[in-house]
Design a protein around this ligand. Structure first.
Ligand code: HAM
Length: 420
């Protein structure tokens, strides 16, 4: 062991588990790619103000959880706590919205950083795959994204996830609701911090997990009852499209999410096998975010699914992904000449698309065969001096144990035939 350990709240991804993470990222992004989303990659850090303005000055993410730093040049930066503000910033900076093809549909995958109290499923460095559809107000777009997330989870074999759905209204009806909620909350018995929150961001009080607070919220005005006609109609269309696509959802009028940019459709995917950190993904519409970061009006919608928690959800359900074997063929040379010949065969197999590995370090037959079995390869290729003198390589099926001599020149074809 070295003197150093991974920082608190982080962990390393190493084989064999790392293959599951790759497969999850692939499974989440595949439906997006099929639906016209193009890949976007943005820096791991941004100007801190992008997040304070975008995610919201009063959110936990901005007030408590951002990793901020001042560069030697005096720039105030933050490690990205989320992807939406960055991706929108990038799209605006590149004028993608002016190319005349709205919505701009982008997907991304990467590391995010939040200085949270670490616990099972909650890390300071975590991984998301996300999608943003920028510049269109259309309930079908909200539905599309939700369906793509559901399809991604299903393709992984997950079953015990639930979709919570809500509408947070727009700039017309939200302020009216906000005032009504504030009036209700001001009459409750709450601590100083929560009282302050009532004035800055009253909707987040609804999300307070403490029982003493939740008890007092019975009878609180709900956004659902304050939605204006256009928000109601919009939400109804989203619900209908989801139902038509066979997507089951639960209306959750208390769902507010931890980021301030949301308007109208908001949703969260929760998994019941994960304990308190049950949100495996979430998102919604953010019609005002572009203007908040200095751009034009660009109504947009998106989501991000947590890769770490999706892996935990798979474990909780006991789902084993069918991962492609890392190694199909393992070559075991016995002697110098065999090393040269089999190294050439391995190179040729790889070029032909076969996953092949080689026993390095000049090990004897026993040790090399152990490695071959551990690699879970289906075939071992063994050659010693006598084989080479006869112009053959031994092809051993590691499942059945059967072995036969194949002429060296036919080995690639024989391996491919044996692998089916
Ligand atoms: P979020 O709900 O903050 O939304 O994060 C999305 C997902 O990232 C969560 O559901 C969770 O699975 C995962 N996640 C968040 N924090 C942690 C953590 N500390 N440890 C492990 N996993 C975590 C967003 O980030 C929005 N940008 C989503 C969005 C995209 N909205 C619109 N477009």
């Amino acid at each position: 062991m070295s003197t150093f350990k991974a920082p608190k709240g982080t962990y390393d991804l190493l084989p064999p588990d790392s293959a599951v993470y790759l497969a999850v990222r692939e499974a989440i992004s595949a439906p997006l790619r099929r639906a016209g989303y193009g890949y976007a990659e943005t820096p791991g850090f941004e100007n801190v103000e992008l997040f304070s303005r975008g995610v919201g000055e009063s959110t936990d993410i901005v007030t408590k959880e951002m990793y901020t730093l001042t560069t030697k040049g005096g720039d105030e930066l933050a490690l990205r706590p989320e992807g939406t503000a960055s991706v929108l910033r990038a799209a605006l900076e590149a004028n993608l919205h002016k190319a005349g093809n709205l919505p701009v549909k982008l997907w991304y995958s990467g590391s995010y950083y939040r200085y949270e109290r670490p616990q099972a499923g909650r890390y300071r460095h975590f991984s998301q795959v996300g999608a943003e559809a920028i510049g269109a107000e259309d309930p079908a777009l909200d539905a599309e994204l939700i369906i793509l997330a559901v399809d991604a989870y299903r393709s992984l074999g997950l079953r015990n996830f639930r979709l919570l759905l809500n509408s947070l209204g727009d700039q017309e009806c939200r302020p009216v609701y906000r005032a009504a909620l504030q009036e209700f909350l001001r009459g409750l018995d709450l601590d100083e911090d929560t009282r302050r929150r009532i004035e800055i961001n009253p909707l987040r009080v609804l999300d307070d997990k403490r029982e003493a607070v939740q008890k007092q919220l019975t009878g609180a005005p709900m956004m659902r009852d304050h939605l204006c006609a256009s928000c109601t109609a919009y939400h109804e269309q989203v619900r209908e499209l989801l139902t038509a696509a066979g997507v089951v959802f639960e209306d959750d009028t208390k769902l507010v999410r931890g980021l301030d940019y949301y308007t109208r459709t908001t949703f969260e995917f929760v998994h019941d096998g994960l304990g308190s950190q049950s949100a495996v993904g979430g998102g919604g519409r953010y019609d005002g975010l572009s203007e908040m970061i200095g751009g034009p009006s660009l109504p947009s919608v998106g989501w991000a699914l947590g890769v770490d928690r999706t892996v935990l959800a798979l474990r909780a359900e006991g789902v084993e992904l069918a991962l492609p074997a890392a190694t199909q063929v393992y070559a075991v040379p016995l002697g110098e000449e065999a090393r040269r010949v089999l190294f050439g065969v391995v190179t040729e197999l790889r070029r032909a698309g076969v996953a092949a590995d080689f026993s390095y370090g000049g090990r004897g037959l026993k040790g090399a065969m152990k490695s071959a079995n551990r690699s879970r390869a289906r075939i071992a290729l063994v050659a010693g001096e006598r084989d080479l003198a006869e112009g053959v390589i031994q092809l051993k099926d590691l499942g059945s144990g059967e072995q036969r001599a194949v002429p060296a020149g036919e080995i690639t074809a024989a391996v491919r035939a044996a692998l089916g």
